[in-house]
Design a protein around this ligand. Structure first.
Ligand code: SF4
Length: 446
């Protein structure tokens, strides 16, 4: 039996898609082994957001070959779509597959047996990528990433994702509900809806260029349908653009039996000047109104933010605007990204570039702010009872899980808890593990 292994870089979407590739290989009789077990074929699913995609890719190729020098390396994913020729320069790579080709991977394996000296790349124009391939991750008992949408129709000036993944397209509502049933039947307790721009989900069944932009449903309608499912599971919305997060979605989340009180909303900048340069589709006032609406209906909700620092034209004053804006909002944590130039983007051509050392300094400042926000949010939850989904991991006699509102919690290790959702009393800061300590809730004891 031939052995195959996988290595995934980047986002949750890539992890979900790697699972599908793994299922494709298994259905063709391959044995999936750990990356370091020396497989016959190794598939590297790459990311284009990573600043050093090329270096990273090279080092993973090297690692694969160090375990089995006969291993045939295939590179797929966003970096493969964007820079196939660059990857072909990595001597040991045998095959490169673009966005449209990656799920037809079995058809391309025959090229691995051809002339050893020649690596091959197969990729189409990204405009041809309009098929939707459903995927969900597997292997973890507690949480699954369910891909419901792919691609993006937005044109944020710094972003290469639309170039790597194509137009916005989605699964059908029936397809998504079917997959949720299958996932829940396996005993998974949490489903994370995943995509590039999931608030834009709804362009389903795109089978030809003519039909491409007929919206079949809205994201809100999808949430309403998911809400009707009787089984027990929790649903996390991975990330949603602020202009697509409507009042009705927040209202639904407030009374939902599935949707957890956790929103991740990319802001990118708290300055309207920079937001306009980034070609984002909202102003900071709209963002603030989303946070206020969530907090007014779901006070305990966690709200996470993506921010980019050092975008061209971000003067000290404009950065300060972002800092103050974030400071004044009730947020739970920040994901801070340092701007870096990407080929073929509009932002690459903008003047007033910010020196790299200042970009780094700003990143550091916002990371410190994030720690303060997170600490404050955690402290505010001490004394409350929340549902924790316990994971199957043990460290120094303790186990870990996350509350519905995305607080990491530790408790004494009890194997019977793993994979279970249990009410937990959050009682103090666990400085060793940077989380809260929790006790299984027994009302009579409190
Ligand atoms: S919304 Fe903007 S940043 Fe997000 S994937 Fe689309 S173009 Fe990129």
């Amino acid at each position: 039996m031939k052995k195959v292994s996988f290595y995934t870089l980047g986002c949750k979407l890539n992890f979900a898609e790697t699972s599908t590739l793994s299922k494709i290989f298994q259905s063709c009789g391959y044995k999936v082994v750990d990356f370091d077990d020396g497989a016959d074929i190794c598939v590297i699913n790459t990311c284009s957001v990573t600043e050093n995609a090329d270096k990273e890719c090279k080092s993973i190729v090297k690692r694969a070959l160090s375990k089995n020098k006969e291993c045939k390396v295939i590179v797929v994913g966003c970096y493969a779509q964007l820079k196939p020729e660059e990857i072909l320069n990595i001597q040991e790579v045998r095959l490169v597959l673009g966005a449209n080709e990656k799920f037809k991977i079995m058809e391309y394996l025959k090229y691995l047996d051809e002339d050893e000296a020649k690596a091959k790349a197969f990729y189409s124009d990204i405009d041809e990528a309009y098929h939707f391939n459903a995927s969900y991750s597997h292997g973890e008992r507690t949480r699954t990433f369910l891909k419901i949408q792919d691609g993006c129709d937005y044109t944020c000036s710094y972003c290469t994702i639309p170039l790597a993944r194509g137009e916005s397209r989605s699964d059908t509502i029936d397809g998504i509900i079917h997959n949720i049933h299958r996932i829940v039947e396996k005993g998974v307790k949490e489903i994370v809806l995943t995509g590039v721009n999931i608030g834009d989900a709804g362009y389903a069944n795109l089978s030809s260029h003519q039909k491409r932009k007929v919206r079949a449903y809205t994201f809100y309608q999808l949430l309403q349908e998911i809400e009707k499912i009787e089984s027990e599971f929790r649903l996390r919305i991975s990330s949603i653009e602020p202009n697509l997060l409507t009042d009705e979605m927040i209202e639904l989340a407030a009374i939902s039996k599935h949707i957890v009180p956790h929103f991740h909303i990319p802001l990118q900048s708290g300055s309207n000047t920079i937001l306009a340069q980034m070609q984002r589709r909202y102003k900071r006032e709209l963002y603030a109104s989303r946070v206020e609406k969530i907090k007014s209906l779901i006070p305990a909700a966690a709200i996470g933010v993506d921010v980019i620092v050092g975008f061209p034209g971000e003067t000290d004053e404009l950065f300060q605007e972002t800092y103050d804006f974030l400071w004044n909002l009730e947020l739970s944590y920040l994901h801070v990204f340092t701007y870096s130039e990407r080929k073929n983007t509009l932002a690459e051509k903008l003047s007033d570039k910010i020196p790299v050392n200042i970009r780094k300094q700003r990143n550091h400042q916002l990371r410190q702010l994030s720690q303060k926000k997170q600490h404050y949010f955690y402290q505010k939850n001490i004394g409350s009872v929340r549902k924790v989904l316990w994971e199957d991991n043990e460290k120094n006699g303790r186990m870990f899980g996350f509350t519905d509102n995305y607080i990491k919690v530790s408790t004494e290790y009890q194997s019977e808890l793993s994979g279970k959702t249990v009410e937990v009393f959050l009682n103090e800061w666990d400085s060793k593990n940077h989380c809260l300590m929790g006790n299984i809730y027994e009302p009579t004891l409190i």
